[in-house]
Design a protein around this ligand. Structure first.
Ligand code: PLP
Length: 498
């Protein structure tokens, strides 16, 4: 069956997967959703014998129905290769009565690599299929993590360029070093004299600027975005939930058809939405635990049916989850309305006008498998410390939120269903906060790399190559620009003279 992609906000004609990937956002501002959620085509016991790459093909082919077998297999092979430091790509670690699905073995040691290592290949293939001959220019404003993961994915991919803007004084020193040492002739990094919002707003303006778009088009370029709402990021994320289940089966941890729970530390609602799609495809999943930090908008949403972003924005030690508007939730709301684009658009308009909308009880019944939970900074740190003391296993501060919320849930409900916790970042990426949890005070006087060394000792694990690399990698980018000069900087990088 051919799966097409339709907008959550209008009845416009659905488009093929490749067109949806190339476009990113639907022209009416909605998100693309599949016209139907396909079911797994082979029994799980059979899928459990496959490698990550083979399984990725079996899952993704059901969604990207206008890709040929050869095209899709080529994308998968280029994405999931030695860039990952574990041959399992997403290994599952049994520890302290739960299973941690490690999604941080890619180039930037966080879960964004799982999708951003394949998106560039899906995009180039999509461009070819749609006879787009212009070179694709990805523009990204980043508060630290996404920009680096996108660059690592797009570096040296023929037919693409990527330009990343980050706030000069708004990222950590490790994050800045990761960015300015980025390799790849097609990558460019610009430090902006402003904050993240300034950079983000300016990037959005460039996407919509007709004169700028015409100028770059005349020189053989088109803009595109690597945003987390892209179907080309959502679909690859479904794979690892099926893979987790398959590993549990293969290791004899669960019986065929046995249900599992999945816990996901959540920000923009992209990762957990992929778990929901996996369930709808037939994966035996009982509960989906949506874990939030102190920015608990989603916890309140699942408990009360009201989405309300009118509250203070809190800075926590899980910064990639500090978010008040979770863009991908629109896809769940659309399903809850019975796939009604008028209603969905009305909810989203309410959100942008008043910062709030309320669902009816019957709508909430459409996603009853979700349980919302949140953890404070103290609960997060205590949970990381307890797991370390009990088992020696060290998790990062984002995974820590998933861990704490799962432990609360299990204590409260007595639910003993085997539970997979998505482990979204390596502890080495957030070494300072992690040390604060497992060895408070011990890192006094140490610099960033001193902390890494201490963590290596305490965790008994090897320093990831991504960290070793930035100790010595030469600095390759030194551009700095004012916010108002960003369009001019883009033209200069593309070699277009005015
Ligand atoms: C992006 C990110 C998250 C949140 O994922 P969403 O898909 O936005 O919900 C959680 N942890 C880490 C480490 C991340 O980088």
């Amino acid at each position: 069956m051919d799966i097409l992609y339709k907008s959550t906000r209008s009845d416009a004609k659905p488009v093929a997967a490749s067109a949806a990937i190339l476009q990113g956002l639907a022209p009416d501002g909605g998100l693309y959703v599949p016209t139907a959620i396909p079911t797994l085509a082979r029994p799980l016991a059979e899928l459990a014998t496959l490698s990550y790459q083979e399984l990725a093909y079996e899952v993704m082919r059901l969604y990207l129905t206008d890709f040929t077998e050869e095209e899709l297999r080529a994308c998968i092979e280029r994405a999931y290769d030695e860039k990952f430091d574990d041959p399992a790509i997403a290994p599952l670690v049994k520890c302290g009565g739960a299973y941690y699905l490690e999604l941080f073995h890619g180039a930037t040691i966080a879960f964004k690599d799982m999708a951003l290592s394949i998106l560039p290949h899906l995009m180039v293939t999509s461009a070819r299929k749609n006879r787009e001959e212009r070179e694709i220019v990805i523009l990204t404003a980043t508060s630290g993590d996404t920009g680096k993961a996108a660059m690592a994915g797009f570096a040296d991919v023929p037919g693409t360029r990527i330009i990343v803007f980050y706030p000069k004084d708004g990222v950590s020193r490790i994050q800045e070093r990761q960015m300015v040492t980025q390799r790849g002739e097609n990558t460019a990094v610009v430090a902006i004299l402003g904050n993240f919002d300034d950079a983000q707003t300016a990037v959005k303006k460039m996407f919509g600027d007709p004169a700028l778009n015409a100028t770059i088009a005349a020189n053989g370029f088109r803009f595109s975005s690597a945003n987390s709402i892209n179907v080309g990021r959502l679909v690859p994320q479904i794979v690892y939930y099926v893979y987790a289940y398959c590993q549990l089966l293969a290791k004899g941890e669960i019986a065929e058809e046995e249900e599992i729970n999945i816990t996901v530390p959540t920000g923009n609602f992209g990762n957990i939405l992929a778990a929901f799609y996996a369930k709808r495809m037939g994966l035996p999943v009982r509960r989906l635990l949506c874990a939030s930090n102190e920015n608990r908008v989603l916890t309140d949403f699942f408990n009360e049916g009201v989405y309300d972003k009118n509250r203070p924005f809190l800075l926590t030690s899980s910064p990639s989850m500090d978010i008040l508007v979770s863009s991908n939730l629109e896809r769940l709301v659309y399903l809850a309305t019975g796939e009604d684009p008028e209603m969905t658009r009305a909810f989203m308009q309410e959100l942008s006008a008043n910062g709030r909308y309320a669902l009816t009880d019957s709508m909430r019944a459409a996603f009853a498998e979700f349980v919302g939970g949140c953890a404070s900074e103290e609960e997060n740190f205590a949970g990381i410390r307890k797991l370390y003391e009990d088992t020696g296993y060290v998790i990062d501060t984002h995974t820590g939120i998933g861990n704490a919320v799962y432990r609360q849930y299990a204590a409260k409900t007595g639910d003993e269903t085997p539970t997979v916790i998505a482990s979204t970042a390596s502890p080495y990426k957030f070494a300072q906060a992690v040390l604060g949890a497992i060895a408070p005070g011990k890192d006094e006087g140490l610099d960033d790399f001193g902390r890494i060394d201490l963590l290596t000792k305490l965790a008994g694990t090897k320093e990831p190559a991504a960290v070793t690399d930035i100790r010595t990698a030469p600095i390759r980018h030194n551009r700095v620009a004012d916010v108002q000069d960003m369009p001019e900087t883009v033209l200069e990088i593309l070699g277009i003279s005015k």
